[in-house]
Ligand binder design. Structure first.
Ligand code: SF4
Ligand code: SF4
Length: 405
């Protein structure tokens, strides 16, 4: 028998620590469908996760959990790198956590410049809060800090200005576009003016290609893939979710990704060990579904591992656009994609493109909640549920403050 040292392959994991959220985003209804705090993933379950080379902590809004520091501490025992995605609202909690974990990555979603962001996110003064948090983190010397923006018709024009803002602050700038899934409790998201949105992505791609940063050149490829996605085309790279990548939800259910229409469960880590779950027939069954999945998502969670695995494809694209077009003032045009040319030339209609998307106007989106969390929402709305919960957190904090004084 070979030594007892585990040679287990490291995975890429996303931990959805809560479905509670304090925002009111126009492209995501998760805030209406929160999980019950007492059902949310425990440290005991987190200890059962496998070794990971990368972990994303997300929600809902992860900083709603008052024990997030304990979760991060546990996850650092098994993960090489951790990034938390947040709406940036709970500035004090974010700063406090970063003081203890200065190497952690923080991505704050900002949906546009001030007016656009506040409209889309539905958080009072959301832009200033998010921006203020970002600035404080940079002032603290945090190195892995950035914005995330979900591009849609309403904010596409802010894409390049926001990129410039992130650049001035020396920050990462991550992009996404509208998706539909049980995770977002949404089935009706769709881009209407594809040429306008595509044009803004094209401008961003050219800005990224102009830079001297190889990381930004690969980001340009990711954004090229977003134009391809918006036009309803096949993913530029295979989707290997559930093979060396996983998501775990607040109930301990392990899933391939967050892009499926209904929740697809490979097993439950509250009741199983990781090895039992990962090698189960149910997990194999889900992997088969992934192999034939036609949703063509292009989200960083599934694309980043694919870009590493099939590196030659984005690398050739980068070489072509960054170096072979060296003397051209404009390095990239979205009309390189045949579908964009066909649409411009009237060979494909908007209705045909809409039919290629995952948007389904008649569908009632699934929410992936447990029976008990659903039950809790029969007498109270999701928004009220979270507001009450936050009020009780505040009350607890004040009572412990006065006990200490
Ligand atoms: S996108 Fe994020 S911040 Fe907005 S409602 Fe959904 S979970 Fe909350
Ligand atoms: S394309 Fe991949 S990420 Fe999207 S739903 Fe299918 S399996 Fe999930």
């Amino acid at each position: 028998m070979k030594g007892a040292i585990s040679m287990q392959k490291k995975l890429n994991g996303t931990v959805i620590v809560t479905y509670r959220c304090n925002a009111r985003c126009s492209m995501c209804n998760r805030y209406k469908k929160p999980s019950k705090p007492e059902e949310e993933i425990t440290l005991e379950t987190i200890r059962k996760l496998p070794p990971m080379y990368f972990t994303n902590i997300t929600g809902g809004e992860p900083f709603i959990r008052t024990d997030l520091k304990d979760i991060v501490r546990e996850l650092y025992k098994k993960s090489d790198r951790i990034v938390i995605s947040t709406n940036g609202f709970f500035t004090d909690r974010i700063i406090d956590l970063c003081k203890e974990f200065p190497k952690i990555g923080i991505r704050i979603s900002i949906e546009g410049l001030e007016e656009t962001n506040n409209k889309i996110r539905g958080l009072q003064d959301g832009f200033n809060k998010g921006y203020d948090t970002l600035k404080k983190l940079v002032d603290m010397g945090m190195e892995d800090v950035g914005f995330g923006m979900t591009v849609q018709d309403a904010n596409a024009k802010d894409l390049v200005p926001l990129y410039h803002l992130s650049d001035q602050m020396n920050m990462e700038f991550a992009t996404a576009s509208l998706h539909n899934s049980f995770y977002f409790v949404e089935a009706k998201n769709i881009i209407h003016d594809r040429l306008m949105v595509g044009q803004n992505f094209e401008d961003l791609i050219n800005e990224l290609l102009k830079s001297n940063s190889p990381k930004k050149w690969f980001r340009a490829y990711f954004n090229h893939g977003l134009i391809n996605y918006i036009f309803g085309q096949k993913r530029l790279l295979p989707c290997d979710m559930a093979f060396d990548t996983f998501f775990i939800d607040p109930y301990g259910d392990v899933m391939p990704c967050n892009g499926t229409k209904d929740k697809e469960v490979m097993g439950n880590l509250n009741s199983q060990t990781w090895d039992e779950l990962w090698n189960s027939q149910q997990a194999e069954h889900v992997r088969k579904k992934v192999r034939s999945c036609d949703r063509q998502c292009w989200m960083i969670g599934s694309v980043s591992p694919a870009m590493h695995k099939y590196i030659w494809k984005p690398a050739l694209w980068v070489i072509h656009h960054k170096f072979l077009r060296f003397f051209k003032s404009k390095k990239y045009s979205m009309y390189e994609l045949p579908i964009v040319r066909d649409y411009r030339d009237g060979k494909v209609t908007t209705e045909e493109l809409d039919a290629c998307s995952t948007c389904d106007k008649d569908c009632i989106a699934n929410d992936g909640l447990s029976a008990s969390s659903k039950e809790a929402l029969t007498t109270i709305s999701g928004e009220e549920f979270v507001e009450k919960d936050l009020a009780s957190q505040e009350a607890l904090l004040h009572s412990s403050d006065s006990n200490h004084s």
